[in-house]
Design a protein around this ligand. Structure first.
Ligand code: MG
Length: 305
């Protein structure tokens, strides 16, 4: 069975600048067997070059910028495909600016077609400007729906979803969210994976640690979905979700033999349902994933509370 992998990074390959045990061996097995793979991240701040260097410092060798597909690249692909020659005002960092530049989408602070929101770089001045441009007719797009992102096991930071939510509240307009779990992210990632493969890929598996983005997106795109327990999801929480992963693995280390031999390992096959437990949850939805809400007409909110 010829299988290609889409691989989330945070919580799958590393956590807090610490490589997850077995991750380097897993990537090395993919490289040496010429197995098609692509890292898929919702973090829109870094470029492919930044991520290559980061992983090299963590001890993962043999990667190039072509091995990474970020939500920033996905946003640039989307705008380029659906609205050629459009312009954008950007609230975001280097990776987003570089991705838009590569697709020849001009920065426009006067009359842009889109306000594009990514991770970081949100200042009061930028948000005020973005708000004014949306009022003048620019459409609001966010690179990904993450309200917050893990920084360490005890610390989080605001994500692009929360910045977009700020502008949604102030302008009364709904944002369109690219990145996982949007099907367009999986569609373009799959295309890239196919383009880079020497032979035809029969199956694509998404490996991730987050149910709302990695697993949901994979299920909806008709891909295999492998949940790893080295990141944001605890085994006892899996049963809370309507959609379920094809497999649950302790970590990517369990896939090393499988990649080397090309035979699925039975010991790692463990799809099951668990009873939901609600203790110890962080409050607040992690993602802006109420997709139906995108189509709801939303009146301008009251000027004051
Ligand atoms: Mg993750």
């Amino acid at each position: 069975m010829k299988i290609g992998y889409l691989i989330d990074m945070d919580g799958v390959i590393y956590r807090e600048n610490q490589l997850i045990p077995g991750a380097a061996e897993f990537v090395s097995a993919l490289v040496t067997t010429s197995t098609p793979f692509l890292f898929l991240t919702n973090n829109s701040a870094p470029t492919g070059e930044d991520l290559t260097v980061r992983l090299k410092h963590l001890g993962v060798q043999g990667l190039t910028p072509r091995h990474f597909y970020t939500s920033a690249m996905n946003t640039a692909d989307f705008l380029d495909e659906t609205h050629p020659n459009c312009t954008a005002f950007v609230v975001g960092e280097g990776g987003l600016l570089a991705a838009l530049h590569e697709r020849k989408i001009a920065n426009d602070g006067i009359h842009p077609n889109y306000v594009v929101v990514g991770e970081g770089a949100a200042t009061t001045e930028k948000l005020t400007k973005a708000h004014e441009l949306i009022e003048k007719g620019a459409r609001l797009v966010a690179t990904n729906p993450d309200n917050w992102c893990p920084v360490s096991s005890e610390k989080t930071r605001p994500g692009a979803g929360s910045i977009a939510a700020f502008l949604e509240a102030s302008s009364g307009r709904r944002a369109y969210y690219l990145g996982k779990p949007n099907g367009y992210m999986f569609h373009r990632a799959r295309q890239r994976l196919g383009d880079s493969a020497l032979n035809k890929i029969e199956h694509v598996a998404m490996i991730g640690d987050t149910m709302e983005t990695d697993i949901r997106g994979a299920v909806e795109a008709g891909l295999l979905s492998y949940l790893v327990l080295t990141g944001s999801t605890q085994l006892e929480d899996v049963g809370d979700y309507v959609y379920q992963p094809s497999r649950i693995l302790h970590s990517v280390a369990e896939l090393v033999e499988e990649v080397k031999t090309g035979k699925p390992s039975e010991s790692a096959d463990s799809p099951f349902f668990t009873h939901a437990k609600n203790g110890g949850h962080r409050h607040g939805n992690r993602h802006q994933t109420d997709v139906l809400a995108l189509y709801k007409p939303r009146p301008r909110p009251a000027m004051t509370k």
